[in-house]
Design a protein around this ligand. Structure first.
Ligand code: SF4
Ligand code: SF4
Length: 353
């Protein structure tokens, strides 16, 4: 049963401040997707593209992508055919908001148009958001309404239930104190975190695999190959153009330059401040209880995130450059971009706006 809604929530923009965004015209990565379309958006799109193909039924309809992981049907020559009528996920990207106890906007760092220098920025809710993200932020804000208030109330109810159960088990710890502790001493991945989980199965379908944009080869999907990770260059019309080869995952934590380690720390620090991290961890704890308190689960999850970034950075660097003695800052940046969207897409106790 939906909980009675409180007042319409304020959008917390602290995690958006400090980032610069300049869309790369040669990229198109965010169009390898099936964006959700509302009924009014559908009507506008149909005026421009009468042959529009939609998936799903009811309120949740999606613009169908071309087969086998191809780009959205409206992408032509790296341009949107219906740019003025594009649906809300496209207007808002690379911002996304997590609907939990509060409504928190965050930046999708898989977008290569986002400058990762923003990861080191001092933040506050009153700090101005860059003009380069103003239209995305306005589009996000325009969808905050009484329905959002209801979803926040529902998420808060689910969270209260979990907090009650964990408190009874003596495992609950306040998020603020966990954040303070982990920000002061970020848990870096260790050799025990390698080899990381198997690469995603190609049976998941190209459209479900982690993607990243490569400057030379355009969008790349990461999948399981023969004995390792395979890198597939995607074709906008569907399927793959070519394989960049299969690379075994690293068995130990790859070496990193000091600048690369610092960038990884800044990324993990960004995760500590994302509500989506706690929403994911609490959801996992409900399904797979063990004796560890919340702070230990969060620290473990941060190490897993760091290990995934380093493993993908390493695989990607070796596929394009051969053996690399140490991962550089650019390599780790690529690992972050090949990972962030996946992690944000995971289910949490809350929801996405
Ligand atoms: S992923 Fe980012 S840079 Fe690439 S097309 Fe989309 S918004 Fe632009
Ligand atoms: S509607 Fe346009 S902007 Fe959105 S995914 Fe499709 S081509 Fe890209």
């Amino acid at each position: 049963m939906a909980e009675r809604a409180g007042p319409v929530p304020e959008l917390d923009v602290e995690l958006v401040s400090g980032f610069e965004f300049h869309c790369r015209p040669d990229c198109g990565l965010c169009c390898y997707a099936e964006p959700r379309v509302t009924a009014p958006e559908r009507a506008r799109l149909l005026q421009i593209v009468p042959e529009l193909e939609l998936r799903g039924s009811g309120p949740d309809r999606y613009l169908a992508a071309r087969p086998d992981g191809g780009a959205c049907q409206l992408l032509r020559d790296q341009r949107c055919r219906a740019h003025d009528a594009r649906p809300h996920p496209c207007r808002e990207f690379p911002l996304v908001a997590h609907v939990g106890e509060r409504l928190q906007a965050t930046v999708v760092l898989s977008c290569p148009g986002i400058d990762l220098a923003g990861l080191g920025a001092a933040r506050s809710n009153s700090a101005p958001v860059s003009e380069t993200l103003a239209s995305e932020l306005a589009a996000l804000r325009a969808r905050v309404d009484a329905g959002t208030a209801r979803r926040c109330a529902d998420a808060a109810r689910r969270r209260r239930r979990v907090v009650r159960a964990l408190t009874e088990d003596g495992r609950w710890e306040d998020e603020r104190s966990i954040r303070q502790r982990l920000s002061a001493a970020l848990p870096r991945p260790t050799n025990d975190d390698f080899p990381i989980e198997d690469p995603p199965s190609p049976d998941d379908g190209l459209e479900r695999l982690p993607l990243f944009y490569d400057r030379r080869a355009s969008p790349i999907a990461l999948a399981a190959g023969l004995g390792g990770w395979e890198l597939w260059e995607l074709s906008p019309s569907g399927g793959t153009r070519r394989s960049w080869g299969v690379v075994p995952p690293p068995e130990r934590r790859p070496g990193t330059t000091p600048e690369a380690s610092e960038l990884l720390d800044r990324y993990l620090g960004y995760w500590v401040r994302r509500d989506a991290l706690f929403g994911f961890v609490l959801g996992e704890m409900v399904d797979a209880p063990d004796d560890a308190p919340v702070g230990d689960w969060v620290a473990r999850e941060l190490r897993a995130i760091g290990a995934t970034v380093l493993a993908r950075a390493d695989v990607r660097a070796r596929a394009f450059r051969g053996e690399v003695p140490q991962l550089t800052e650019d390599d780790v940046a690529d690992g972050i971009r090949a990972t962030d969207q996946d992690l944000l897409d995971r289910p949490t106790l809350g929801d996405r706006l």
